[in-house]
Design a protein. Structure first.
Length: 69
């Protein structure tokens, strides 16, 4: 069973999923918080917007307290 919200989410590609938890994210989330290759290493589901803004989304080695607060 899966919950589909096709009008909100983009195409079901790896670029629209969090690489950390596999959660589907809005296309824009990857563009804003992911790295230049379209990879998103953290999302609001497994991290926080505060950490995402500090680099959690594009830095796979991000550690709160080291790279952010
Ligand atoms: Zn995630």
């Amino acid at each position: 069973m899966s919950t589909e919200i096709p009008t909100v989410y983009g195409a079901d590609t790896i670029g629209n999923r969090c690489l950390n938890c596999g959660n589907r994210v809005l296309e824009g989330t990857v563009g804003v918080y992911g790295d230049n290759d379209g990879n998103l290493h953290a999302c609001p589901e497994c991290s926080t917007y505060r950490h995402l803004k500090q680099g959690a989304g594009w830095n796979p080695d991000f550690e709160p307290g080291v790279n952010g607060e």
